[in-house]
Design a protein around this ligand. Structure first.
Ligand code: UN1
Length: 497
């Protein structure tokens, strides 16, 4: 660890405090190796403090009228607008993606905060007629209590906002564990809520590893709901832990997203969209396009255009205005990506472009991988089935619309998908038959907007959705209310005269 690095603290019960053990961990710029600062390497005892603070803050926050809770969240949105550039720059330094994208990440949190703060004046339930006279029946959303939130490094402000803002508007209190690669951005995001005037204990952040912080948070008996975005392996393990005690968990996990390109597609548009979907964020999106299922009639043409464009992408520090693609997040991730490229070669796929670490000049200081395209990929090859989470995409040739949809659906995951065609019938049939949570037409696989439900089928998730109004179902419990004002006993189902 570098001496003299700036140090940061957890935020628990409205105070900035170090880990009880005093242990620290470093945050490092993946483009340059520069140390950005030291954050608490917290443990279960810090989680205990944070959960206690959240539990103590819950009764008052729950009773604060939802429109008043939302006023604070609107102020948080305004603070995010004011600090957008600062947060975006820090994010680029901490996890590598280019400035245009980190600005988009903060914008997504702004959008989410305005959208969900609006729910403070809605949070609609409904009224229904009762079976009996002089009896009112309606239902309302009730908060659950303390929510545990565990988020990844690839969208270090947007994804926390998808969870924290709806949890708070519903009246829950929160303990937030940011990814270990992006703790600084997580801490700055929490500062925004402090500035907005959120009461102490309503939102707490504890930085540290999954083992020690994440596990303790999930296991804590006072944590009523867990919301997790990350790897399938970790998500399923946490779900097992929650299932044993009947705890609710919302999971957002892997993807192996595909785009279908039909012979009548606008290939220029498809190329633009697929380059952006495959190599934006260096391919480190759950929604990244890692399979391109293209009709044989246009395959050669599309492959040429994609390769041409991939070669021209400029790798570099995301703070530089002419950089197209930043580094991947870590050395471990770089190795994993390169191993998959070896697997693809061994499986007989043909490497068209990329396939190596980029180390020329300043790139050697960071974790850069060249945008990589494989051709002649079989739909059942490992590189076509397993999530790589890096700048690698596959071309899979197909002979018909039907076989393209079949190949697209032959995946354990089901997050996002797209089809490029000018044929409205093909587009509508694809929407019907594709088994994913998000479907795009004439658009890549990335770019979901916050006011629609975000999530996937099959092993991508466990049936919950983020974004949209649907996210409110993760963070609230339905309460059915009956008010009998007849002044006598009325028995449901029995007194029918
Ligand atoms: C993710 O891929 O981890 O739709 C989240 C998108 C972004 C969110 C992606 N709005 O690509």
């Amino acid at each position: 660890m570098s001496a003299g690095a700036e140090t940061f603290k957890n935020y628990i019960n409205g105070r900035w405090v170090g880990a009880r053990s005093g242990a620290m961990m470093e945050s490092v710029n993946p483009a340059t190796g520069e140390a950005l600062g030291l954050v608490p390497r917290s443990g279960p005892e810090d989680v205990e403090d944070a959960v206690r603070a959240a539990a103590e803050a819950f009764p008052a926050w729950r009773r604060t009228p939802a429109p008043r809770r939302a006023e604070i969240l609107f102020r948080a949105a305004e603070r995010l607008v004011a600090r957008k550039e600062e947060l975006a720059r820090l994010m680029t330094r901490e996890m590598g993606k280019v400035l245009a994208e980190t600005r988009g990440d903060v914008q997504e949190a702004i959008d989410m905060s305005y959208f969900i703060a609006g729910e403070g004046r809605r949070l609609h339930g409904y009224t229904a007629p009762s079976e009996m006279p002089q009896k009112a029946a309606y239902c309302v959303r009730a908060p659950l209590g303390v929510v545990g939130i565990i988020t990844p490094w690839n969208f270090p402000v947007a994804i926390p906002s998808w969870k924290i803002v709806p949890a708070l508007v519903c009246g829950n209190t929160v303990v937030f564990k940011p990814a270990s690669y992006t703790p600084l951005v997580g801490l700055k995001f929490v500062e925004i809520f402090e500035e907005a005037g959120l009461p102490p204990g309503a939102l707490n952040i504890v930085t540290g590893p999954g083992q020690g912080v994440g596990d303790a948070l999930v296991a804590h008996p006072q944590v009523r709901v867990v919301s997790f975005t990350g790897s399938t392996e970790t998500g399923l393990r946490l779900a097992e832990q929650c299932a044993r005690v009947g705890k609710r968990i919302s999971l957002e996990m892997g993807g192996k997203n595909a785009a279908i390109v039909m012979p009548d597609a606008d290939l220029g548009l498809a190329t633009d969209a697929l380059i952006w979907s495959a190599f934006g964020t260096s391919g480190q999106r759950c929604t990244a396009c890692s399979r391109i299922i293209v009709h044989k009639a246009v395959k050669a043409d599309l492959a040429d255009q994609l390769v041409e464009r991939a070669k021209r992408l400029r790798l570099g520090d995301g703070l530089e205005p002419d950089t197209d693609v930043g580094p991947v997040v870590s050395g471990a991730q770089l190795d994993r990506i390169h191993q998959y490229v070896q697997v693809g070669r061994q499986e007989g796929a043909r490497l068209l472009v990329g396939g190596s670490r980029a180390q020329e000049g300043a790139l050697g200081r960071g974790y850069f991988y060249t945008p990589t395209i494989f051709d002649r990929v079989g739909p059942r090859m490992r590189i076509a089935q397993e999530e790589i989470f890096g700048p690698v995409t596959d071309i899979i040739e197909t002979e018909s619309f039907e076989s393209a949809v079949t190949v697209l659906n032959e995946s354990r995951y089901g997050l996002s998908a797209s089809i490029f065609t000018r044929d409205i019938n093909a587009a509508m049939r694809a929407i019907d038959d594709i088994d994913t949570g998000i479907v795009y037409v004439n658009h890549g696989t990335i770019g979901a907007e916050v006011h629609l439900p975000f999530g996937g089928t099959k092993e991508t998730g466990n049936g919950h959705r983020e974004g949209g109004l649907q996210v409110l179902d993760v963070f609230s419990e339905w309460k059915a209310v009956y008010v009998d004002y007849s002044g006598r006993l009325q028995r449901a189902q029995i007194d029918r005269e």
